[in-house]
Design a protein around this ligand. Structure first.
Ligand code: NAD
Length: 361
């Protein structure tokens, strides 16, 4: 298969970590008989330096012509970088917001995996984390409270603010379908999270999710109230497979879930639209404090590339091979500085990429 991949190396540690993910993809291609065609795309600070804007129309068109886009992170140090002297719509982050919108990326996926080897970094008690855990938070990204009408007005001499939380059934159905499709590739369980005891939008959410569930008889569906879910994530994270939820609940729960895994350098993510297209990137930022030092952890980007193989190209065997290679290298005791602990072997960005690429079977 020919994989037509757009690559946004980005700023800060972006180019360093993306290079390692490409190394791993190339090794997968070699072993499994595929070819990777990369189109380099400029976004964020790197685009400002060349074009004066964080994203050009040409780059958007080029991204749309790819099957998927792999991205490092964008942005710089807000206190020292000249990019932040520009007006907000010309700063690096504006490029990211625009590309998400242009590509209609409505589904955000964040896996939260606790590898048994890294359980020391997990703030939860050992009896809770024994054996590790592996869940996927699926968050609706383009609707709900963050996109609803808002206003602040004075009413009867009192300042009053309004934010509206709106979802229509089509928005719910498309994310629910995505959630169930993804559960079919995993342990076939969906926990739909809402606040149906209070909110109308949640009651509609629950009704539509149940309709979609009827099309997936192999998948077990459970509903959970968001307050209970926040508790269960720290009490018994092993119970979760796919957590399906709306924008604001997902914003909060995905951060909570990623914190219990320990390190930011391990957290992959994907944003998908209605086709197979996706934008794959580490959850962390461009880490200007360690850029150019060769010490950044490339694993989040490598795991994002594995998600790309799985969700944009349906190459599940290849994605499994990448995830197994990461687990093997961790089990052998190799660590970048952010996940280093006593008695382990510290390596830099490039060496970690070499070890993982060399472990692909
Ligand atoms: P950050 O995630 O870049 O860094 C936070 C801390 O985590 C730093 O100490 C950093 O060294 C560390 N870290 C992050 N990724 C790491 C990795 N792979 N390996 C080892 N350590 C890692 O967050 P920040 O400092 O708040 O933001 C820096 C810049 O990144 C800002 O310009 C911000 O806007 C941007 N940002 C971009 C994205 C994105 O591109 N999607 C996301 C978040 C932040």
């Amino acid at each position: 298969m020919n994989l037509n991949i757009g690559v946004i190396k980005g700023d800060g540690i972006g180019p360093e970590i993306v290079a390692e993910a490409m190394k791993v993809l190339d090794q997968v291609a070699k072993i499994y008989g595929h070819t990777c065609d990369y189109t380099q795309l400029l976004m964020g600070g790197a685009s400002i330096d060349v074009h004066g804007v964080p994203l050009t129309d040409e780059t958007v068109a080029a991204a749309k012509s790819c099957d998927a886009v792999l991205m490092g992170s964008i942005g710089g140090d807000a206190k020292t970088s000249p990019w932040y002297q520009l007006e907000p719509s010309k700063r690096p982050e504006a490029g990211l917001l625009r590309i998400r919108k242009e590509l209609n990326l409505f589904a955000n996926l964040r896996p939260a995996i606790l590898y048994d080897e890294l359980k020391g970094a997990c703030p939860l008690k050992e009896e809770i984390t024994e054996g590790g855990f592996d869940m996927m938070i699926m968050r609706e990204l383009t609707g709900g409270l963050y996109f609803g009408e808002r206003k602040t007005v004075e009413e009867h001499g009192v300042m009053t603010a309004y934010d509206s939380l709106t979802y229509n059934e089509n928005e719910i159905r498309r994310i629910a379908k995505r959630g169930f499709d993804i559960a079919m590739k995993r342990r076939k369980k969906v926990t739909s999270v809402d606040k149906a005891n209070v909110l109308d939008s949640s009651r509609l959410w629950r009704k539509v999710v149940e309709e979609v569930a009827a099309e997936y008889p192999e998948v077990t569906l459970e509903h959970m109230l968001v307050d209970n879910c926040a508790m269960q994530l720290v009490k018994n994270p092993k119970q979760f497979d796919v957590i399906l939820t709306e924008n604001m609940f997902g914003d909060i729960l995905s951060d909570e879930a990623s914190m219990v895994t320990g390190s930011i350098g391990m957290l992959a993510s994907a944003s998908l639209n209605e086709t197979k297209f996706g934008l794959y990137e580490p959850s962390g930022g461009s880490a200007p404090d360690i850029a150019g030092k060769g010490i950044a952890n490339p694993i989040a980007t490598i795991l994002s590339a594995a998600m790309m193989l799985r969700f944009s190209f349906d190459l599940d065997k290849e994605a499994d091979a990448v995830e197994r290679a990461v687990a093997k290298v961790l089990a052998e005791g190799y660590r970048t500085i952010d996940i280093m602990s006593e008695g382990k072997k510290q390596v830099g960005t490039e060496k970690m990429g070499d070890l993982i690429a060399g472990s692909i079977r």
